[in-house]
Ligand binder design. Structure first.
Ligand SMILES: *[C@@H]1O[C@H](CO)[C@@H](O)[C@H](O)[C@H]1NC(C)=O
Ligand SMILES: *[C@@H]1O[C@H](CO)[C@@H](O)[C@H](O)[C@H]1NC(C)=O
Ligand SMILES: *[C@@H]1O[C@H](CO)[C@@H](O)[C@H](O)[C@H]1NC(C)=O
Ligand SMILES: *[C@@H]1O[C@H](CO)[C@@H](O)[C@H](O)[C@H]1NC(C)=O
Length: 966
């Protein structure tokens, strides 16, 4: 019946407008839909690129630009709309096609527009507004007089430019960071405090862009340095700013960059830090010399690191003081040398170290740059273990002042073969992290801007590069061309050209670097081709990183790299052609995450040393069977493609005795069941196994998944229909038509570690857990529950007729979300409430019949019965309550009840026209929750009609309310 009605409607709609365009649209229908699909793919690609780049670039000092954030939101929205159109296309009748064709055309225009907006030539991130952001910095030891002197000049009118000079490691940058942070507190003196790290070499264009970014400005791409300079001059002329240029090495003129000369009149100031006095003099700076620390200050700093207890042993104390003397008052040397002595309590060891340090310094002229190197090198040598030393040196492959992600660094050491082979990946990762800790504790590496990051002091990095002159490091220097062939000398061991703008490697370029082991070219995102013979004379190459380049094919010379152990091709989205890899017999790791290939590279099946294989490429069509048979060393195997056609047979994997991480699409339920029954999963430390279609909300391309199963369009429910691993932690159920309740999955009842469950698009499910037929113990550890598009769901937990329910149901639940469950009338019954004490967030959107959130007693109950007593409910940890588009919602909790939720921070009430009473109170009743900081109300009028327990609540909360207009 309904279909006929729609058909008639379609006819009316289609016939009413001029018929000709109807026919036209028909003809174009296919074209349009294809076009739409293609464009959508491009858009998805671009979105992923943007997201990946953001992951790499966002840190505590940089944030995504607003336009980027907005764009990503729009992409999501448009994507959903188009998916919807495509679904309808799938089941379209003849008549509706015409209209859909037109709709498709419209959507194409929308896509074009959004694609256009998706170019971010000026980059994706901006520095977080300087005005709000102090730079994290260690405490300042001594140097107070210098600091006050500089601050004095900055506050006064006489000295516009200050040059802070001193040898590397004396603490110039640290002093300036403290000054920077203090200037931020003195809001009235300057409009703007701008910090730019210049480093070596001076790149005027970069400098211009950095300064502009700090001023919230960007330059048009198509102009040149000079016009940028005049733009900058204008922008900067308008504000009273302090410009701090840290670590300047070369002379330059302000005018060339576009920096107005600071004068008494414009009130601007410039501070430059440099190891070179002549650079500061050239610019006309007042020189402030940073002198080394006094003996007392040095001793304090040293003791801060090694601990004061050491002085209790008098003999040791004496040696220590002599050692401090050898540090010549250089904070960096003190910190690093002290770092190498942490935990040493033996007098002989101390005396030996002292002698050694003196011995080294004797040969070097007092006060020369070499002395600091020698002091730092002393600490490096004390690492003793050559693996740890090599790991340290390898950090210098990153750009100066770069915040390195710890995780990547550890992985890189393994990839470079710097962590000894230990039989399992987990053991090697543990070893890598241990080395990292050691380097951090010894102060050879410094804390980064967040827990996940680490960095190398520029002077330490100089030292590392000096220890190993066989490195060529030109990372993030804005290179547009690859260094000339003559720079590729025969003795090079490692080359890093990462994060440049190199666009191609000329045809005839075949550098002769027979002992080169590591070559990093990642994120030269403009690199489209590599000359055919480029790798021909790099026989020793072990680790090659081409991630994030735009190459379309790998040159043939790669086939002969018989010593290559690591080949990284992540995010090589354009990559289509990979030659036969059969000769790369040493290969241990092949990473093609999100590469563009659609077939598995030839020859993989005989790379018997492979330990790590990531084939989660975007377009992979099919995975040949039997490919895994000889790869018995595999520890990490991840295979996926967007088309979900590259499946693996569970039984092929059972032979892989060393596997630790496994992600794949299996053939079918039977295949999954057999695999699980084989108990192979028990050796895995993480897995993610999917059968059938995967839910759109899940991102299979992430690396830290736990133990998850995804079931799409499967027949589950009933005796043994699906066998789940007993340690499963995440369960995703997607469009399983006959699925009725988690309680129907027998194997699930035996699990105890389920932490997350998402159920989407299952037509028949009536309740999530059915206490009538099963116990609820398997959900006791559940931390997150998402329910989406379940048209028949009427209760979350069915307790009908059950005598006593367990107070532990959902006792670990933190996040609950429900969308488009149109039969739900009440969310949680009173019985469930006692278990929900850990709940932190509730989201309920688009549920047409939802009447009540907490305390639902079924429809028969008379809600006004006990209207005279006030019942109190508590959700002590609730931080977020989001209610959107619930046309029937009348109550948050029963009529006279109040809900105590003192932790509530965020409240959203949008399009809930029948809701009047907001029974939410904090611990101090009847005041609203004290933490409530963000309230979103739509439409605006609703705010007026809401009634709070506290008559004064609206006044109190007014500043936190906003009214979205989307
Ligand atoms: C830059 O923009 C941010 C937020 O958009 C603002 O807080 C900051 O004050 C702006 N800074 C300058 C220098 O205009
Ligand atoms: C290779 O490059 C990728 C992308 O930047 C990075 O995540 C990874 O750590 C690099 N690995 C090595 C060994 O250089
Ligand atoms: C590469 O490996 C071969 C044999 O596998 C070995 O003879 C050769 O010395 C290695 N080359 C380098 C430069 O390490
Ligand atoms: C795999 O191993 C088997 C037995 O060891 C061998 O016969 C077969 O040739 C190997 N396959 C490949 C592709 O190397």
């Amino acid at each position: 019946m309904a279909e006929i009605a729609t058909l008639i409607l379609e006819i009316i709609k289609c016939v009413a407008p001029p018929t000709r365009s109807c026919v036209d649209n028909h003809r174009k229908f296919k074209e349009n839909v294809e076009d739409l699909k293609n464009k959508l793919r491009i858009l998805e690609g671009r979105k992923e690129d943007v997201e990946t780049r953001l992951q790499d670039e966002v840190c505590s000092e940089k944030q995504a630009k607003n336009e980027v954030v907005l764009w990503l939101q729009d992409v999501k929205k448009v994507n959903a709309e188009i998916q919807d159109v495509l679904k309808r296309v799938h089941s379209a009748s003849y008549f509706s096609r015409a209209r859909l064709g037109k709709l498709a055309r419209e959507k194409i225009d929308v896509l074009d527009a959004i694609l256009q907006r998706g170019n971010f030539p000026e980059g994706l991130v901006v520095n977080k507004p300087a005005t709000t952001l102090p730079i994290p910095v260690e405490d300042l030891e001594g140097e107070d007089t210098v600091k006050e002197e500089i601050l004095g000049y900055l506050k006064g009118n006489e000295v516009p430019m200050i040059g802070v000079c001193g040898i590397g490691g004396v603490g110039k940058t640290t002093i300036m960071k403290h000054i920077h942070n203090e200037l931020l507190l003195m809001e009235s003196r300057f409009d703007n405090v701008i910090w730019v790290t210049v480093s070596y070499p001076l790149n005027v264009v970069r400098l211009q862009h950095e300064i502009a970014k700090r001023m919230n400005e960007s330059f048009p791409e198509n102009e040149d340095e000079q016009s940028w300079a005049s733009r900058l001059m204008q922008i900067m002329g308008k504000v009273k700013s302090v410009l701090i240029l840290d670590d300047v090495w070369h002379r330059f003129t302000l005018k060339d960059v576009g920096i107005p000369s600071p004068t008494k009149e414009n009130g601007c100031k410039i501070v430059i830090t440099s190891r070179k006095v002549d650079v500061c003099q050239f610019l006309g700076c007042e020189i402030v010399k940073v002198s080394p620390l006094s003996e007392e200050e040095s001793l304090n700093l040293f003791l801060d690191r090694v601990g004061r207890d050491i002085l209790q042993n008098q003999e040791l104390g004496e040696i220590l003081k002599l050692m401090v003397k050898e540090c010549a008052g250089l904070p960096l040397a003190i910190v690093v040398i002290a770092g190498s002595m942490i935990g040493v309590t033996n007098v002989h060891q101390w005396r030996h170290a002292l002698n050694e340090l003196r011995e080294r310094l004797r040969a070097i002229a007092e006060g020369s740059e070499d002395q600091i190197f020698e002091r730092l090198k002393f600490s490096y040598d004390r690492l003793q273990d050559s693996n740890t030393q090599n790991c340290f040196l390898s950090c210098s492959l990153y750009a100066a002042d770069y915040q390195i992600r710890k995780e990547n660094l550890v992985e890189q050491w393994i990839d470079e073969g710097l962590v000894e082979e230990l039989g399992s990946r987990r053991a090697m990762l543990d070893k890598g992290w241990t080395i990292l800790n050691k380097l951090e504790n010894s102060c050879l590496l410094e804390k980064g801007h967040s827990e996940a990051l680490i960095k190398m002091h520029d002077v330490v990095r100089d030292m590392a590069l000096r220890i190993n002159p066989q490195f060529m490091v030109k990372a993030r220097m804005g290179l547009t061309e690859i260094p000339d062939e003559h720079e590729w000398t025969e003795n090079l061991e490692k080359v890093s050209l990462m994060q440049n703008e190199i666009s191609d490697i000329p045809l005839n370029m075949c550098p002769n670097c027979p002992i080169l082991t590591t070559l990093m070219l990642q994120w030269n995102s403009k690199l489209t081709q590599i000359s055919d013979c480029f790798f021909a004379n790099m026989q020793g190459l072990k680790c090659l990183n081409l991630s994030g380049t735009s190459i379309e094919s790998l040159p043939h010379s790669i086939c002969n790299l018989e010593n290559l152990t690591t080949l990284l091709l992540r995010h090589c989205r354009q990559l289509k052609h990979v030659p036969c890899l059969a000769k790369l017999q040493a290969l241990k790791k092949l990473d093609m995450l999100k590469a563009g290939i659609d077939v598995v590279p030839e020859g993989i099946d005989i790379l018997v040393n492979l330990q790590y294989l990531d084939l989660r490429s975007l377009q992979l069509v099919e995975l040949p069977t039997q490919i895994l048979g000889n790869l018995s060393h595999l520890q990490h195997l991840t295979v996926y493609s967007k088309s979900t056609t590259s499946k693996i047979k569970g039984e092929e994997v059972r032979g892989l005795k060393k596997l630790e991480t496994f992600q794949a699409q299996l053939y079918d339920l039977q295949d999954l069941n057999n695999y699980v029954k084989s108990n192979h999963f028990k050796r895995l430390s993480n897995y993610w196994l999917a059968v059938g279609q995967v839910e759109e909300g899940f991102d299979p391309f992430i690396n830290n998944f736990s133990k998850g199963i995804s079931l799409g369009e499967c027949e589950i429910g009933g005796e043994d229909s699906v066998v789940l691993p007993d340690d499963v932690q995440e369960l995703w159920i997607y469009r399983c038509r006959k699925f009725r309740s988690l309680s129907d999955i027998y194997s699930l009842q035996k699990t105890t570690e389920l932490k997350f469950c998402s159920i989407t698009g299952c037509e028949e499910i009536g309740c999530v857990v059915d206490m009538v037929t099963s116990s609820s113990s398997f959900i006791n550890n559940l931390g997150g529950l998402w329910l989406y598009k379940l048209p028949n769901l009427s209760v979350v937990v069915n307790v009908e007729g059950v005598e006593a329910t367990s107070p532990h149901i959902f006792s670990n639940l933190k996040f609950f979300g429900m969308w488009e469950c149109s039969r739900m009338k009440g969310l949680f019954s009173l019985e469930l409430l006692q278990g929900l004490q850990n709940l932190e967030a509730i989201t309920v959107w688009n549920c047409q019949q939802m009447e009540e959130i907490i305390g639902w007693e079924g429809e028969e109950e008379n809600h006004t019965a006990d209207a005279t007593t006030t019942t109190t409910f508590t959700l002590p940890k609730l931080r977020q309550l989001n209610l959107q588009n619930l046309p029937e919602l009348k109550r948050i909790c029963p009529t006279r009840g109040v809900m105590v939720c003192d932790s509530l921070q965020q409240l959203q009430i949008e399009e809930c026209p029948k809701l009047r009473r907001i029974p939410l109170v904090g611990n101090v009743r009847p005041s609203p929750p004290a933490a409530l900081k963000r309230i979103s109300i739509k439409p605006k009028e609703l705010w007026e009609s809401l009634e709070w327990e506290d008559p004064n609540a609206k006044n109190v909360l007014q500043p936190s309310v906003h009214f979205p207009t989307y």
